[in-house]
Design a protein around this ligand. Structure first.
Ligand code: NCC
Length: 276
């Protein structure tokens, strides 16, 4: 299959992916007693548009990067899971506009999801690895982690904070773009939060800068900038098709290669700015 050029690839993503979130009027949720805890409107009608955005991976190579000021200079900043800013401001900044969390973070005791202040700034967006092509009812009855019980608990404690749940269709639409652009079959697991968050921001922002998703000269086996844990699989992937995700992002990058090497920085156009 022919390898698409960067611009063609970008248009293919724009045309085939919709950042959908669960709303209170959606079946089967609309029939449940807690339906009105879900947002009335989808994320894309509540958030943005933003001019310039930053997506901050959690990679260990952000440590000692000194990128904090640059990251905070963007209009909106997306962070992942339990990645902190306190104590790491110099390297990752302190602004959090959106935090994308997987359902494992919501469910595990280690992350103190219901009580930690880490999750209280900005809007929350959660996702759960749903079975491929399963409908919402099947997924609802068999989520990977208890995303819905934790969602209800969190909403009761923080009723004013915007909190969205990604429609599982979105994760598989992104997965399909990876698969269709790779020569080999990739593992049938959803993309990492990193790529999901990048595509999410491409639908909200004019321009998206992704930091240390493609590793810079600081590349390290340190898994996260905030933990003393070493594992190359964090950067290369195991469960997630992470290496393929990175290959795709490399092809879509509109910034100079030098930016990747020095800043771990990739520049992607927002979908709204594309002429397809
Ligand atoms: O590690 P994680 O990801 O929270 O990182 C967020 C995103 O940053 C990118 N990343 C991270 C580390 C690294 N060295 N290189 C990177 O490129 C990836 O794009 C990653 O998605 C996840 O995707 O949700 C993930 O979550 C963790 C874990 O659940 C949470 O951190 C909570 O502890 C997963 N780890 C495990 O399950 C052990 C990870 O596989 C994916």
């Amino acid at each position: 299959r022919p390898k698409l050029s960067g611009p063609r690839l970008l248009c293919q993503l724009k045309d085939n992916i919709e950042v959908a979130t669960l709303t209170s009027d959606l079946q089967p949720f609309s029939a449940l007693p807690w339906a009105d805890q879900l947002p009335a409107k989808p994320l894309t009608s509540d958030l943005g548009p933003y001019r310039s955005c930053a997506v901050v991976s959690s990679a260990g190579s952000l440590r000692y990067s000194g990128l904090g000021k640059e990251i905070d200079s963007h209009d909106a900043v997306l962070r992942f899971n339990a990645a902190p800013t306190t104590g790491y401001e110099k390297d990752v900044g302190s602004k959090t506009t959106i935090r994308l969390i997987n359902s494992q973070v919501m469910a595990s005791d280690d992350h103190r999801f219901l009580s930690s202040s880490l999750y209280s700034s900005g809007a929350l967006v959660a996702w759960d690895p749903a079975p491929f092509s399963a409908d919402l009812t099947q997924w609802y009855n068999r989520t990977d982690y208890p995303i819905f019980t934790q969602y209800q608990r969190y909403r009761r404690l923080h009723p004013m904070q915007p909190f969205y749940i990604l429609h599982p269709r979105f994760e598989w639409q992104v997965w399909q773009r990876i698969q269709d652009n790779m020569a080999e079959p990739i593992q049938k697991n959803p993309p990492s939060s990193g790529l999901l968050g990048t595509v999410l921001m491409m639908s909200l922002c004019d321009v998206v800068h992704v930091y240390e998703f493609l590793p810079s000269r600081r590349k390290t086996e340190l898994c996260h900038y905030y933990q003393r844990f070493y594992d190359a699989a964090c950067t290369l992937g195991a469960y997630h098709p992470l290496l393929y995700e990175k290959n795709l992002v490399k092809r879509m990058n509109q910034g100079p290669d030098r930016d990747i090497y020095t800043h771990g920085r990739v520049t992607l156009p927002g979908f709204g700015k594309l002429n397809c």
